[in-house]
Ligand binder design. Structure first.
Ligand SMILES: Nc1nc2c(ncn2[C@@H]2O[C@H](COP(=O)(O)OP(=O)(O)OP(=O)(O)O)[C@@H](O)[C@H]2O)c(=O)[nH]1
Ligand SMILES: Nc1nc2c(ncn2[C@@H]2O[C@H](COP(=O)(O)OP(=O)(O)OP(=O)(O)O)[C@@H](O)[C@H]2O)c(=O)[nH]1
Length: 440
């Protein structure tokens, strides 16, 4: 399962942003914006006592106005209910219970989502004077905190972690390829999924389990077994919400984490957008095999150059995913959709490929002869040997004399040599550099 998603919900001014900042700023290591992606921070990925989770940045979801806008507040709660695994329902312990709190509470109660009732602004050791009033909500015992002072935040996080879904991931067998269809809303993900599942050779298996993972769709294609990992929003349409894009991105992230192969669907009429770059970035950073699918190709007016121009654009915009094959399809007409599964299979195999150390070192040795490693102030980079440390993604450990000499461009050169010889199409390749004195 992907890392759990936590959302902070509450009426305006209860201290949601303050709590978010407290959790993200102080106690927890933040994985900041992903390189090469964008600055728009939608969520942070953090951990508490080695439990990793996503915390949604409700700041951007909030209405900016300080007026109480019940409709927007409700929408925020609805989105959190749909997206989050655990909800922190934040209330103001100094003001006591309000009508808006009751309204949100009733939505949360109906949803049955795991939640924590949290009274903020309890700045001293004494309980909120309204402490017992909050039991009326029927949402359990309140946890009292002060976000501003940083009081009791550790306890809150302990209780939050206890509500995380148990690791009940259906353990698919090793040979089952997990595929996540990712992309912005409306690019045709559902249509594509339906097309794939509708193919003659595809047999959709019974869906096992009743957990939230039951939205996975296992199927076989010939002798090969796959499972489609759903991103919420594919089945449960909720296009009416302004912020659905932000949430669909977050869901994409958790789907990506669980996947072996990501199918990034891009709308041919729109070209590559910022949102696409962001989503591609997740796949890349997570080390997943990636296939780029340009959908709605039927709508594009074409001449002989159109496809090549499009490929160039994609390569340009998504330069860090240069290894991903690109397919031009139409989920509507079925054009080339039959290529998808074979491509998925190919890249899944490549991402799991393991090279023998002997062969690998032959290639590295040749590469070094062909193009001498860089030196700095008379000291030359020495490469002792290389071994593949892991798969998914293919990860190579390079034993060298001095990391400072291992310039990025030289590592890129070695990566390319490995690709020339072994392919690894659709896979990111990683290098880990290890220093070693000669003769160690
Ligand atoms: N005394 C006290 N004040 C707090 C605490 N947490 C937040 N505040 C104050 O409450 C006000 C609202 O805090 P925000 O974090 O902006 O609240 P919010 O819920 O994100 O507000 P909206 O963006 O309007 O929804 C600010 O003036 C904070 O300084 C706290 O623990 N104690
Ligand atoms: N012309 C054309 N239309 C398509 C194609 N694929 C999907 N569409 C249309 O695009 C719209 C969106 O398709 P969906 O499959 O619902 O897109 P989605 O990505 O699942 O959307 P969300 O559920 O919002 O994430 C629908 O009206 C489809 O009929 C295609 O290949 N060609």
């Amino acid at each position: 399962m992907g890392k759990p998603i936590v959302a902070i919900v509450g009426r305006p001014n209860v201290g949601k942003s303050t709590l978010f900042n407290k959790i993200s700023g102080k106690r927890i290591a933040i994985v900041e914006d992903r390189p090469g992606v964008t600055r728009d921070r939608i969520y942070i990925e953090t951990e508490w006592l080695s439990h990793q989770f996503h915390l949604i940045d409700t700041g951007g979801i909030e209405p900016k106005s300080k007026e109480i806008i019940p409709a927007q507040m409700k929408r925020q709660a609805e989105l959190a209910i749909e997206t989050a695994d655990v909800i922190i329902f934040l209330l103001d312990g100094r003001e006591g219970l309000t009508a808006n709190d009751r309204e949100i509470a009733s939505m949360l109660r109906k949803s049955g989502k795991p939640l924590l009732l949290v009274l903020n602004k309890v700045d001293n050791r004494e309980s909120s004077p309204f402490y017992y009033d909050f039991f009326e909500l029927g949402l359990g015992e309140p946890v009292e905190i002060s976000s501003a002072m940083g009081l009791n935040i550790g306890n809150l996080l302990d209780e939050m972690v206890a509500l995380f879904p148990k690791v009940e991931e259906q353990d698919y067998d090793e040979d089952v390829v997990k595929v996540a269809v990712i992309g912005k809303p409306n690019v045709g993900k559902s249509s594509l999924i339906n097309k794939i599942l509708g193919e003659d050779r595809v047999i959709v298996s019974e869906i096992a389990g009743t957990t939230r993972d039951a939205i996975d769709t296992p199927f076989t294609h010939g002798d090969d077994r796959y499972v489609l990992i759903d991103t919420a929003g594919i089945r449960r349409k909720s296009k009416v919400y302004d912020n659905i894009e932000r949430y669909s991105v977050i869901r994409s992230v958790t789907a990506v984490e669980r996947a072996d192969v990501c199918l990034l669907v891009i709308d041919a009429m729109e070209g590559v957008t910022e949102q696409d770059k962001k989503i591609a970035g997740y796949s890349h950073e997570a080390g997943k095999a990636l296939v780029i699918v340009i959908n709605k190709w039927d709508l594009v007016e074409k001449d002989t150059k159109t496809m090549n121009t499009f490929i160039k654009d994609v390569r340009n915009e998504l330069s860090y995913c240069y290894y991903a094959p690109i397919l031009f399809i139409s989920a509507l007409t079925g054009q080339r959709t039959n290529k998808i599964i074979e491509t998925v299979k190919a890249v899944a195999n490549q991402n799991a490929m393991r090279l023998k150390t002997g062969v690998l070192n032959e290639i590295i040795g040749e590469a070094v002869l062909l193009n001498q490693p860089p030196s700095d102030k008379g000291k030359k980079l020495k490469i002792y040997y290389c071994t593949q440390g892991g798969v998914k993604p293919p990860t190579f450990i390079l034993f060298i004399n001095d990391k400072k000499l291992a310039h990025f461009s030289y590592i890129r050169y070695l990566t390319n040599k490995i690709r020339e010889n072994f392919g690894f199409e659709g896979s990111p390749i990683r290098f880990i550099l290890k220093e070693k004195a000669k003769g160690d």
